[in-house]
Design a protein around this ligand. Structure first.
Ligand code: HEC
Ligand code: HEC
Ligand code: HEC
Ligand code: HEC
Length: 152
C-alpha cells in the first residue's frame, strides 16, 4: 500500500518535471524563431510600460554614444543597442534605426512573433520569462568596473 503511494508520487514527479521541461523548451524555441521589431511596435499595445521606460532619464543614451563617435563601435553596441549581433537585431543606424539604444527587446527578447500574434500564450509567456531565463541584467551590468576598462 505504502510502496504504491511512494511509487505514484515518484512517477508523478517525473512526469511533472518532464512536463515543465517540455513546456519550457517549447516556449523558448517558439520565441527563438522571432526577430527584433523595435519599441514603436510595442508602444500601441503597451502604453504604460512604454511611458515608464521613456521616463527613465537614461533610456536614450544613444545620443551620448553618437557624441563620442562610438555609435559604430561593436564593443559598445552589444550593451547600448537592441539585439546587436543576433539574428534580426541591430546592425547600424542606417540599416536598423528602429533598434538603436537599449529597448524593450533587450530584456524581453525578440518580439516579432508576439507582436503579430499576442494571443499565442506560449510566446507571450516567453516574453516575460526571457528576462530571468537568460539572466539578461548581468549581461550588460557586468560589474562596477564595466566602464573602468573601456576607453572612452
Ligand atoms: C498587438 C498588440 C501587442 C503588441 C504589438 C505587443 N504586445 Fe505584448 N502583450 C499583448 C497582450 C494582449 C498581452 C497580454 C496582456 C496580459 O496578459 O495582461 C501582452 C503581454 C506581454 C508581456 C507579458 C507576458 C506575461 O505573461 O505577462 C510582455 C513582456 C510583452 N507583452 C512584451 C511586448 C514587447 C516587448 C512588445 C514589442 C516587441 C510587445 N509586447 C508587443 C499585446 C501586444
Ligand atoms: C557590458 C556592457 C557595456 C558595454 C560593453 C558598454 N557599456 Fe556603456 N553602459 C553600460 C551600462 C550597464 C550603463 C549604465 C551605467 C553603469 O552601470 O555604468 C552604461 C552607461 C554608459 C554611459 C552613460 C549613459 C548616460 O546616459 O549617462 C555612456 C556614455 C556609455 N555607457 C558609453 C559606452 C561606450 C562609449 C562604450 C564602448 C566603448 C560602452 N559604453 C560599452 C553597459 C555597457
Ligand atoms: C531593463 C529591462 C527591461 C526593459 C528595457 C523592459 N522591460 Fe518589461 N519587464 C522587465 C522585467 C524584469 C519584468 C518583470 C518580469 C517578471 O515579473 O518575471 C517586466 C515585465 C513586463 C511586462 C509584464 C507586466 C506585468 O505586469 O506582468 C510587460 C507587458 C512588459 N514588461 C513590457 C515591456 C515593454 C513594452 C517595454 C519597452 C517599452 C519593456 N517592457 C522594457 C524588464 C524590462
Ligand atoms: C542590453 C543591455 C542591458 C540590459 C539587458 C539591461 N540593462 Fe540596465 N542599463 C543598460 C544601459 C546601457 C543603461 C544606461 C543607459 C541606458 O539606459 O540606455 C542601463 C541603465 C539601467 C538603470 C539606471 C537607469 C534607469 O533606467 O533607471 C537601471 C536601474 C538598470 N539599468 C537596471 C537593469 C535591470 C534590473 C536589468 C534586467 C532586468 C537591466 N538593467 C538590463 C543596459 C542594459
Amino acid at each position: 500500500m505504502k510502496k504504491g503511494l511512494v511509487l505514484a508520487v515518484l512517477v508523478s514527479f517525473v512526469f511533472l518535471t518532464l512536463g515543465l521541461f517540455v513546456f519550457h523548451a517549447s516556449r523558448a524555441s517558439a520565441q527563438s524563431q522571432a526577430t527584433y521589431v523595435g519599441i514603436d511596435k510595442c508602444k500601441g499595445c503597451h502604453p504604460s510600460e512604454t511611458k515608464d521606460f521613456e521616463s527613465r532619464k537614461f533610456s536614450k543614451a544613444w545620443s551620448v554614444l553618437v557624441m563620442r563617435g562610438k555609435d559604430k563601435d561593436a564593443e559598445c553596441l552589444k550593451c547600448h543597442a537592441t539585439g546587436y549581433g543576433q539574428p534580426g537585431g541591430f546592425v547600424s543606424d542606417e540599416v536598423t534605426p528602429q533598434l538603436k539604444y537599449k529597448q524593450c527587446e533587450a530584456c524581453h527578447g525578440p518580439g516579432s512573433l508576439h507582436a503579430n500574434n499576442p494571443g499565442d500564450a506560449a510566446v507571450k509567456a516567453g516574453m516575460k520569462s526571457y528576462v530571468k531565463d537568460n539572466d539578461v541584467c548581468i549581461k550588460c551590468h557586468v560589474c562596477m568596473k564595466t566602464h573602468k576598462t573601456s576607453d572612452f
